[in-house]
Design a binder for this molecule. Sequence first.
Ligand SMILES: Cc1cc2nc3c(=O)[nH]c(=O)nc-3n(C[C@H](O)[C@H](O)[C@H](O)COP(=O)(O)OP(=O)(O)OC[C@H]3O[C@@H](n4cnc5c(N)ncnc54)[C@H](O)[C@@H]3O)c2cc1C
Length: 291
Amino acid sequence: MKPPRFDYHAPTTIDQAVELLARYGGDAKVLAGGQSLMPMLNFRLSRPAALVDVNRIPALAYVREENGILAFGAMTRQRTIEFSPLVAQRLPLLREATRWVGHLPIRSRGTIGGSIAHADPSAEYPAVLTALDGEVIVQGPKGRRTLKPGALFETYLTTSLAPDELLVEVRLPTTPTGAGYAFEEFARRHGDFAIVGIAALVVRDGARCTSARLASAGAGPVPVRLRAAEEILERDGLSDAAVEAAAARAAELVTPDSDIHASAEYRRHLTGVLTARALRRAVERSEGPLR
Ligand SMILES: Cc1cc2nc3c(=O)[nH]c(=O)nc-3n(C[C@H](O)[C@H](O)[C@H](O)COP(=O)(O)OP(=O)(O)OC[C@H]3O[C@@H](n4cnc5c(N)ncnc54)[C@H](O)[C@@H]3O)c2cc1C
């Protein structure tokens, strides 16, 4: 099908984009990579009066390191992230997660800001944002505000962004030296959205775990930070027994729904299995240099 009629605007600055969003009083949509929005328009699941195409705003595409943070302009393409030496070195969890996102053509157009603003609970980037407790900066007519994942993701495909706000930057803490990481997921076919995905990061000091980060994708309406499972590792270390206990706890922490792809029970089971798998790989990596 073809999309319904819409006005089209291609601003070249962030201020112009926000002004256009405000002008349509909530009835305009931001067009980023279009990989999720265009199918929704074609299926007429979304019928905005206007599209504000932000692909011609150079100030929205960058990767910068700033005092222990990697800052990504919202329009940074997923493929740029996949091949960025800075990301490989400072945020290898994000690079690994990126390789699970769709296929090459999708990653060539899709953006980090679009993926997070779209808030598909099965998507990889929202889970990484949640695991690392990163933040996003959004700009609206009244200025900028910063949101943590808990304040951003509300439910399926829904964030707390107002219709006249533009997500402008994603900020993620860089990986401490010697930390181990892994993104594990299960999907029916390569490139499909995850049935369940798990982002894991462990920081160790000998046998102790000084910090653990775990979050799930696909196991509920929003990505879930698995804090009580992290606490088991921070208390008991990174032995096989502690990893198994953390994985069992992770499965208890999620509240998945059933859908045509999988039952709630299966998603819960997968959460435990994939948490154990991700933690084992993260622990293995934490013993050597980051790769
Ligand atoms: C076949 C296929 C497989 C896919 N598989 C996966 C997968 O495995 N994992 C995964 O994570 N994704 C997957 N995707 C989706 C892909 O990652 C998209 O790129 C992503 O969901 C949306 O990013 P986008 O830049 O294309 O945004 P768009 O499609 O342009 O926009 C998506 C939504 O976000 C809003 N939006 C976009 N940018 C902003 C912004 N800066 N500020 C405010 N609102 C904004 C738009 O208005 C729209 O509502 C797949 C897509 C396809 C077609």
